[in-house]
Design a binder for this molecule. Structure first.
Ligand code: SAM
Ligand code: DTB
Ligand code: SF4
Length: 318
Protein backbone atom coordinates (compact mmCIF):
# COMPACT_ATOMS: atom_id res chain seq x y z
CA UNK A 1 0.00 0.00 0.00
CA UNK A 2 1.49 3.41 -0.89
CA UNK A 3 1.49 6.41 1.40
CA UNK A 4 -1.66 7.95 -0.05
CA UNK A 5 -3.70 4.74 0.31
CA UNK A 6 -2.50 4.38 3.87
CA UNK A 7 -3.76 7.88 4.61
CA UNK A 8 -7.14 7.03 3.13
CA UNK A 9 -7.50 3.99 5.36
CA UNK A 10 -6.40 5.91 8.45
CA UNK A 11 -9.65 6.46 10.30
CA UNK A 12 -8.55 9.42 12.35
CA UNK A 13 -6.46 12.47 11.52
CA UNK A 14 -4.25 14.43 13.87
CA UNK A 15 -6.72 17.31 13.52
CA UNK A 16 -9.56 15.05 14.77
CA UNK A 17 -7.60 14.10 17.86
CA UNK A 18 -6.41 17.68 18.48
CA UNK A 19 -10.02 18.82 18.36
CA UNK A 20 -11.10 16.21 20.92
CA UNK A 21 -8.17 16.96 23.22
CA UNK A 22 -9.00 20.66 23.29
CA UNK A 23 -12.76 20.31 23.86
CA UNK A 24 -14.23 21.73 27.05
CA UNK A 25 -13.93 19.01 29.71
CA UNK A 26 -17.64 18.48 30.39
CA UNK A 27 -18.48 18.29 26.68
CA UNK A 28 -15.69 15.76 26.08
CA UNK A 29 -16.70 13.52 28.99
CA UNK A 30 -20.37 13.71 27.94
CA UNK A 31 -19.51 12.62 24.37
CA UNK A 32 -17.26 9.82 25.64
CA UNK A 33 -20.02 8.61 27.96
CA UNK A 34 -22.45 8.54 25.02
CA UNK A 35 -20.05 6.46 22.90
CA UNK A 36 -19.41 4.16 25.87
CA UNK A 37 -23.14 3.39 26.20
CA UNK A 38 -23.46 2.49 22.53
CA UNK A 39 -21.21 -0.54 22.91
CA UNK A 40 -20.99 -1.39 26.63
CA UNK A 41 -22.96 -1.51 29.85
CA UNK A 42 -21.50 1.52 31.70
CA UNK A 43 -22.07 -0.21 35.06
CA UNK A 44 -19.72 -3.10 34.25
CA UNK A 45 -15.94 -3.05 34.62
CA UNK A 46 -13.72 -5.92 33.48
CA UNK A 47 -11.23 -7.20 36.09
CA UNK A 48 -7.74 -8.47 35.18
CA UNK A 49 -5.07 -9.70 37.60
CA UNK A 50 -1.34 -9.33 36.93
CA UNK A 51 1.47 -11.63 37.99
CA UNK A 52 5.17 -11.09 37.38
CA UNK A 53 6.28 -14.59 36.34
CA UNK A 54 9.89 -13.48 35.77
CA UNK A 55 11.02 -10.39 37.62
CA UNK A 56 13.91 -7.96 37.08
CA UNK A 57 17.29 -8.19 35.36
CA UNK A 58 15.87 -6.99 32.02
CA UNK A 59 18.40 -5.91 29.36
CA UNK A 60 16.14 -3.13 28.00
CA UNK A 61 16.45 0.47 29.23
CA UNK A 62 12.80 1.63 29.46
CA UNK A 63 13.21 4.81 31.51
CA UNK A 64 10.14 4.14 33.68
CA UNK A 65 10.80 0.54 34.66
CA UNK A 66 11.80 -0.95 38.02
CA UNK A 67 12.91 -4.13 36.24
CA UNK A 68 15.65 -2.83 33.93
CA UNK A 69 19.13 -4.10 34.81
CA UNK A 70 20.47 -0.71 33.70
CA UNK A 71 19.09 1.10 36.76
CA UNK A 72 19.66 0.52 40.44
CA UNK A 73 16.11 0.30 41.76
CA UNK A 74 16.82 -2.14 44.60
CA UNK A 75 14.64 -4.79 42.95
CA UNK A 76 15.85 -8.37 43.28
CA UNK A 77 15.90 -10.32 40.01
CA UNK A 78 14.41 -13.81 39.87
CA UNK A 79 14.05 -16.72 37.45
CA UNK A 80 10.90 -17.84 35.65
CA UNK A 81 8.39 -19.00 38.29
CA UNK A 82 7.38 -22.65 38.53
CA UNK A 83 4.22 -23.50 36.68
CA UNK A 84 2.47 -24.83 39.82
CA UNK A 85 3.10 -21.54 41.66
CA UNK A 86 1.73 -19.54 38.71
CA UNK A 87 -1.38 -21.71 38.53
CA UNK A 88 -1.91 -21.36 42.29
CA UNK A 89 -1.82 -17.54 41.90
CA UNK A 90 -4.25 -17.76 38.99
CA UNK A 91 -6.67 -19.79 41.12
CA UNK A 92 -6.50 -17.17 43.84
CA UNK A 93 -7.09 -14.41 41.27
CA UNK A 94 -10.19 -16.20 40.02
CA UNK A 95 -11.52 -16.66 43.56
CA UNK A 96 -11.01 -12.95 44.13
CA UNK A 97 -13.10 -12.08 41.06
CA UNK A 98 -10.64 -11.64 38.16
CA UNK A 99 -11.80 -12.84 34.74
CA UNK A 100 -8.41 -12.46 33.03
CA UNK A 101 -4.95 -13.46 34.25
CA UNK A 102 -1.99 -11.50 32.80
CA UNK A 103 1.48 -12.97 33.13
CA UNK A 104 4.41 -10.58 32.67
CA UNK A 105 8.11 -11.36 32.17
CA UNK A 106 11.02 -8.91 32.28
CA UNK A 107 12.54 -10.08 29.01
CA UNK A 108 13.61 -8.37 25.79
CA UNK A 109 12.09 -11.46 24.18
CA UNK A 110 11.44 -15.03 25.31
CA UNK A 111 14.00 -17.77 24.61
CA UNK A 112 12.83 -20.53 22.28
CA UNK A 113 13.71 -23.06 24.98
CA UNK A 114 11.15 -21.45 27.36
CA UNK A 115 8.26 -21.66 24.89
CA UNK A 116 7.04 -25.16 25.79
CA UNK A 117 6.81 -24.22 29.49
CA UNK A 118 5.05 -20.92 28.71
CA UNK A 119 2.53 -22.71 26.48
CA UNK A 120 1.86 -25.29 29.21
CA UNK A 121 1.23 -22.42 31.65
CA UNK A 122 -1.30 -20.89 29.26
CA UNK A 123 -3.12 -24.23 29.00
CA UNK A 124 -3.35 -24.73 32.77
CA UNK A 125 -4.46 -21.16 33.53
CA UNK A 126 -7.08 -21.34 30.78
CA UNK A 127 -8.37 -24.64 32.19
CA UNK A 128 -9.34 -22.74 35.36
CA UNK A 129 -11.85 -20.81 33.25
CA UNK A 130 -9.80 -17.60 33.07
CA UNK A 131 -8.95 -15.57 29.99
CA UNK A 132 -5.19 -15.51 29.51
CA UNK A 133 -2.79 -12.71 28.64
CA UNK A 134 1.00 -12.63 28.48
CA UNK A 135 3.57 -9.86 28.05
CA UNK A 136 7.02 -11.27 27.36
CA UNK A 137 8.67 -8.67 25.11
CA UNK A 138 9.32 -9.02 21.38
CA UNK A 139 8.15 -12.20 19.64
CA UNK A 140 9.26 -14.03 16.51
CA UNK A 141 6.53 -15.20 14.15
CA UNK A 142 6.96 -18.77 15.37
CA UNK A 143 6.73 -17.73 19.05
CA UNK A 144 3.53 -15.76 18.39
CA UNK A 145 2.04 -18.75 16.59
CA UNK A 146 3.00 -21.15 19.39
CA UNK A 147 1.33 -18.95 22.02
CA UNK A 148 -1.75 -18.57 19.86
CA UNK A 149 -1.95 -22.35 19.32
CA UNK A 150 -1.62 -22.85 23.08
CA UNK A 151 -4.81 -20.81 23.45
CA UNK A 152 -3.37 -17.50 24.69
CA UNK A 153 -6.23 -15.02 24.34
CA UNK A 154 -4.34 -11.69 24.52
CA UNK A 155 -0.77 -10.53 24.08
CA UNK A 156 0.20 -7.23 25.73
CA UNK A 157 2.83 -5.13 24.02
CA UNK A 158 2.64 -1.39 24.64
CA UNK A 159 3.73 1.41 22.31
CA UNK A 160 4.02 3.46 25.52
CA UNK A 161 4.06 6.93 23.91
CA UNK A 162 4.12 8.74 20.55
CA UNK A 163 6.51 7.56 17.80
CA UNK A 164 8.27 10.94 18.09
CA UNK A 165 8.86 10.74 21.88
CA UNK A 166 9.70 7.01 22.01
CA UNK A 167 13.48 7.49 21.69
CA UNK A 168 13.52 9.77 24.75
CA UNK A 169 12.25 6.91 26.93
CA UNK A 170 13.78 3.76 25.43
CA UNK A 171 16.97 3.43 23.38
CA UNK A 172 17.46 -0.36 23.25
CA UNK A 173 14.60 -0.89 20.74
CA UNK A 174 12.55 1.25 18.38
CA UNK A 175 8.89 2.12 17.97
CA UNK A 176 9.03 0.11 14.71
CA UNK A 177 10.21 -2.97 16.65
CA UNK A 178 7.05 -2.68 18.77
CA UNK A 179 4.82 -2.43 15.69
CA UNK A 180 6.59 -5.41 14.17
CA UNK A 181 5.74 -7.65 17.15
CA UNK A 182 2.18 -6.29 17.28
CA UNK A 183 1.73 -7.29 13.62
CA UNK A 184 2.94 -10.83 14.36
CA UNK A 185 0.55 -11.06 17.31
CA UNK A 186 -2.35 -9.90 15.14
CA UNK A 187 -1.44 -12.30 12.33
CA UNK A 188 -1.30 -15.23 14.79
CA UNK A 189 -4.97 -14.69 15.67
CA UNK A 190 -4.46 -13.53 19.27
CA UNK A 191 -6.20 -10.41 20.54
CA UNK A 192 -4.02 -7.34 21.00
CA UNK A 193 -3.58 -5.46 24.27
CA UNK A 194 -1.66 -2.26 23.58
CA UNK A 195 -1.47 1.08 25.33
CA UNK A 196 1.04 3.21 27.15
CA UNK A 197 1.94 5.59 29.93
CA UNK A 198 1.09 9.21 30.66
CA UNK A 199 3.27 11.36 32.91
CA UNK A 200 6.70 10.72 31.36
CA UNK A 201 7.32 14.38 30.50
CA UNK A 202 5.62 14.04 27.11
CA UNK A 203 4.21 17.15 25.41
CA UNK A 204 0.48 17.50 24.61
CA UNK A 205 1.25 16.64 20.95
CA UNK A 206 2.84 13.36 22.09
CA UNK A 207 -0.35 12.39 23.89
CA UNK A 208 -2.17 13.09 20.63
CA UNK A 209 0.39 11.10 18.59
CA UNK A 210 0.17 8.19 21.04
CA UNK A 211 -3.64 7.91 20.85
CA UNK A 212 -3.61 8.47 17.09
CA UNK A 213 -1.16 5.60 16.60
CA UNK A 214 -3.38 3.26 18.64
CA UNK A 215 -6.65 4.32 17.04
CA UNK A 216 -5.34 3.94 13.48
CA UNK A 217 -4.16 0.38 13.96
CA UNK A 218 -6.32 -1.86 11.76
CA UNK A 219 -8.14 -3.08 13.70
CA UNK A 220 -7.40 -1.10 16.90
CA UNK A 221 -6.28 -3.12 19.94
CA UNK A 222 -9.15 -4.92 21.70
CA UNK A 223 -7.65 -3.85 25.03
CA UNK A 224 -6.06 -0.45 25.65
CA UNK A 225 -4.25 0.02 28.97
CA UNK A 226 -3.70 3.65 29.94
CA UNK A 227 -1.13 3.73 32.75
CA UNK A 228 -0.28 6.73 34.92
CA UNK A 229 3.47 6.56 35.53
CA UNK A 230 4.39 4.88 38.80
CA UNK A 231 7.59 6.81 39.55
CA UNK A 232 10.37 4.38 40.53
CA UNK A 233 13.37 5.65 42.47
CA UNK A 234 16.61 4.96 40.62
CA UNK A 235 15.04 5.19 37.13
CA UNK A 236 15.48 8.24 34.87
CA UNK A 237 11.77 9.03 35.38
CA UNK A 238 11.78 8.48 39.14
CA UNK A 239 11.29 12.16 39.96
CA UNK A 240 8.55 12.89 37.38
CA UNK A 241 5.68 15.19 38.29
CA UNK A 242 2.36 13.31 38.59
CA UNK A 243 -0.18 13.88 35.79
CA UNK A 244 -3.11 16.06 36.78
CA UNK A 245 -6.33 14.12 37.37
CA UNK A 246 -8.27 16.03 34.71
CA UNK A 247 -5.53 15.50 32.12
CA UNK A 248 -5.60 11.79 32.88
CA UNK A 249 -9.39 11.62 32.52
CA UNK A 250 -9.12 13.53 29.25
CA UNK A 251 -6.82 10.78 27.89
CA UNK A 252 -9.36 8.13 28.86
CA UNK A 253 -12.24 10.05 27.27
CA UNK A 254 -10.40 10.61 23.98
CA UNK A 255 -9.29 6.95 23.89
CA UNK A 256 -12.94 5.90 24.38
CA UNK A 257 -14.17 8.10 21.53
CA UNK A 258 -11.39 7.01 19.14
CA UNK A 259 -11.77 3.29 19.95
CA UNK A 260 -15.47 2.79 20.75
CA UNK A 261 -15.47 -1.03 20.87
CA UNK A 262 -12.18 -1.53 22.78
CA UNK A 263 -11.84 -2.12 26.49
CA UNK A 264 -10.05 0.96 27.85
CA UNK A 265 -8.19 0.01 31.02
CA UNK A 266 -7.53 2.38 33.88
CA UNK A 267 -4.22 0.63 34.60
CA UNK A 268 -1.18 1.54 36.73
CA UNK A 269 -1.60 4.55 38.99
CA UNK A 270 -4.88 3.73 40.77
CA UNK A 271 -2.98 3.39 44.07
CA UNK A 272 -2.42 7.16 44.19
CA UNK A 273 -5.80 8.07 42.67
CA UNK A 274 -8.85 9.17 44.61
CA UNK A 275 -12.12 7.26 44.20
CA UNK A 276 -13.48 10.47 42.63
CA UNK A 277 -10.83 10.51 39.87
CA UNK A 278 -11.47 6.84 39.20
CA UNK A 279 -15.24 7.49 39.08
CA UNK A 280 -14.67 10.26 36.53
CA UNK A 281 -12.52 7.85 34.50
CA UNK A 282 -15.32 5.25 34.46
CA UNK A 283 -17.77 7.98 33.46
CA UNK A 284 -15.37 8.94 30.63
CA UNK A 285 -15.42 5.37 29.32
CA UNK A 286 -12.80 3.35 31.20
CA UNK A 287 -14.22 -0.16 31.59
CA UNK A 288 -11.37 -2.35 32.77
CA UNK A 289 -8.93 -2.37 35.69
CA UNK A 290 -6.23 -4.44 37.33
CA UNK A 291 -7.47 -5.90 40.61
CA UNK A 292 -5.40 -7.08 43.57
CA UNK A 293 -2.92 -5.40 45.86
CA UNK A 294 0.02 -5.61 43.46
CA UNK A 295 0.63 -4.88 39.77
CA UNK A 296 3.96 -6.37 38.63
CA UNK A 297 6.34 -4.80 41.16
CA UNK A 298 4.30 -1.87 42.54
CA UNK A 299 1.21 -1.39 44.69
CA UNK A 300 -2.44 -1.39 43.62
CA UNK A 301 -5.50 -0.58 45.80
CA UNK A 302 -6.48 -4.19 46.63
CA UNK A 303 -9.81 -5.90 47.25
CA UNK A 304 -11.11 -4.04 50.30
CA UNK A 305 -10.61 -0.54 48.95
CA UNK A 306 -11.95 -1.52 45.50
CA UNK A 307 -15.00 -3.29 46.91
CA UNK A 308 -15.91 -0.14 48.82
CA UNK A 309 -15.52 2.07 45.74
CA UNK A 310 -17.48 -0.22 43.39
CA UNK A 311 -20.25 -0.64 45.96
CA UNK A 312 -20.58 3.14 46.20
CA UNK A 313 -20.60 3.44 42.39
CA UNK A 314 -23.02 0.55 41.81
CA UNK A 315 -20.50 -1.00 39.42
CA UNK A 316 -20.25 -4.76 38.83
CA UNK A 317 -16.84 -6.30 38.19
CA UNK A 318 -16.95 -8.79 35.32
N1 SAM B 1 9.00 -6.77 29.24
C1 SAM B 1 7.76 -6.69 28.58
C2 SAM B 1 7.61 -5.45 27.74
O1 SAM B 1 8.10 -4.42 28.12
O2 SAM B 1 6.96 -5.54 26.70
C3 SAM B 1 6.57 -6.81 29.49
C4 SAM B 1 6.50 -6.16 30.85
S1 SAM B 1 6.40 -4.38 30.90
C5 SAM B 1 6.60 -4.16 32.64
C6 SAM B 1 4.73 -3.96 30.48
C7 SAM B 1 4.31 -2.52 30.46
O3 SAM B 1 4.12 -2.05 31.79
C8 SAM B 1 5.25 -1.49 29.86
O4 SAM B 1 5.18 -1.46 28.47
C9 SAM B 1 4.73 -0.20 30.46
O5 SAM B 1 3.75 0.39 29.63
C10 SAM B 1 4.11 -0.64 31.78
N2 SAM B 1 4.92 -0.14 32.90
C11 SAM B 1 6.11 -0.61 33.31
N3 SAM B 1 6.58 0.10 34.35
C12 SAM B 1 5.67 1.07 34.60
C13 SAM B 1 5.61 2.15 35.54
N4 SAM B 1 6.59 2.37 36.41
N5 SAM B 1 4.53 2.94 35.54
C14 SAM B 1 3.52 2.72 34.65
N6 SAM B 1 3.53 1.73 33.73
C15 SAM B 1 4.60 0.92 33.70
C1 DTB C 1 0.18 -2.46 31.23
O1 DTB C 1 -0.07 -1.61 30.36
N1 DTB C 1 0.31 -2.20 32.51
C2 DTB C 1 0.67 -3.39 33.25
C3 DTB C 1 0.61 -4.49 32.17
N2 DTB C 1 0.38 -3.74 30.97
C4 DTB C 1 1.67 -5.47 32.01
C5 DTB C 1 1.94 -3.26 33.99
C6 DTB C 1 1.96 -2.08 34.93
C7 DTB C 1 3.25 -2.11 35.67
C8 DTB C 1 3.36 -1.01 36.68
C9 DTB C 1 4.67 -0.99 37.34
C10 DTB C 1 5.02 -2.23 38.12
O2 DTB C 1 4.18 -2.76 38.89
O3 DTB C 1 6.18 -2.65 38.02
FE1 SF4 D 1 12.19 -4.76 30.42
FE2 SF4 D 1 9.58 -4.54 29.92
FE3 SF4 D 1 10.72 -3.18 31.97
FE4 SF4 D 1 11.26 -2.47 29.46
S1 SF4 D 1 9.24 -2.41 30.47
S2 SF4 D 1 12.77 -2.72 31.12
S3 SF4 D 1 11.24 -4.44 28.43
S4 SF4 D 1 10.50 -5.39 31.79
Amino acid sequence: MDGEDKLKTAKWTRADVDALMSMPFAELVFRAAEVHREFFDPNEVQASRLLSIKTGGCPEDCGYCSQSAKFDTGLEASKLMDREAVVAEAKRAKEEGASRFCMGAAWRSPKDRDMAELCAMVGEVKALGLETCMTLGMLSESQANQLSDAGLDYYNHNIDTSPEYYGNIITTRTFEDRIDTLEKVRASGMKVCCGGIVGMGEAPEDRVGFLLALANMTPPPESVPINALMPIEGTPLGASEPVGALDFVRMIAVARILMPTSFVRLSAGREAMSAETQALSFLAGANSIFVGDELLTTANPGQTRDAEMFEALGVRLI
